[in-house]
Design a protein around this ligand. Sequence first.
Ligand code: ACO
Length: 312
Amino acid sequence: GEETPEEREFQDRIDRGEKIEPKEWMPAGYRKTLIRQISQHAHSEIVGQLPEGNWITRAPTLERKQILLAKVQDEAGHGLYLYSAAETLGISRDEMYEQLHSGKAKYSSIFNYPTLTWADMGAVGWLVDGAAIMNQVPLQRTSYGPYSRAMIRICKEESFHQRQGYHIMMKMARGTEAQREMAQDALNRFWYPALMMFGPSDANSVHSEQSMAWKIKINTNDELRQRFVNETVPQAEFLGLEVPDPDLAWNEEKGGYDFSQPDWDEFFEVLKGNGPCNKERLGARVKAWEDGAWFRDGLTAYAEKASARRAA
Ligand code: ACO
């Protein structure tokens, strides 16, 4: 339809690079898109604790256990921080939890893959957190103030996560032959799922155009995927590991690598709930929510008593 004066002024503010703050006027579509993206992002952080939580009890040394524990706690913090950012747009945390637990809300496809060996903790930190940073560094400049500020803090912690993952990979890749094989196997299994994290190809990305006009997104999915490949291939070479793509080749003309696309049918199946671990992941979150009911009830009862006492 016709652009209203309010919409025109809003777009001008965006174009000037101004941040939009919670109480300010915004188009309904802008609000809706942010709620969708930020809540999906929050859910990803929360569900993202599960694949790594799987290895806390089996970390090879006390030091590795402490590091992994701290990292998983950071992810919880990111999730809570992002839920708070989404709440500033007028959705409640209970609504967001309900959307996650009912299977209505999406979370990142990557967390529906299993973590089978200790080397997977390396691959997750290196590739999954690496891809997350590649996507989130530009989002520090996103147009919505609370989301932008959340990204600044979260990216600092993600950089540490990426480093700890790469450090595990270095140890494994330079360890015994069996360890080197575990590292290669982890890279083989996580490479394409990591490429999928950036979302469908630009041709199939329904939201990119409007989200970029609003500066909710800064780059297209394919741009970031290309950047990730360019940065990660030399890191694999340094480890002495092989990226599982026979068509990977440096393209001098474009100043980047040519590479094979992930299996997009698999990607859309994972989004529909049919990935290797979807049911397990969602089941774990629902169980945690139900198991925590007594505690939430206790908190509510206490808060009610305290406010009744204050009123008396
Ligand atoms: N996993 C699950 N769903 C995805 C993925 C993915 N890797 N990529 C895209 N989708 C979904 C989109 O959410 C959208 O679904 P919806 O309309 O039901 O919401 C649909 O596929 C179409 O994709 P796009 O139009 O490209 O969607 P969008 O513009 O939102 O781009 C992207 C997707 C790049 C993930 C964007 O939302 C984003 O940058 N999000 C913030 C970062 C984030 O969420 N990271 C989470 C993983 S990292 C971590 O938590 C450690």
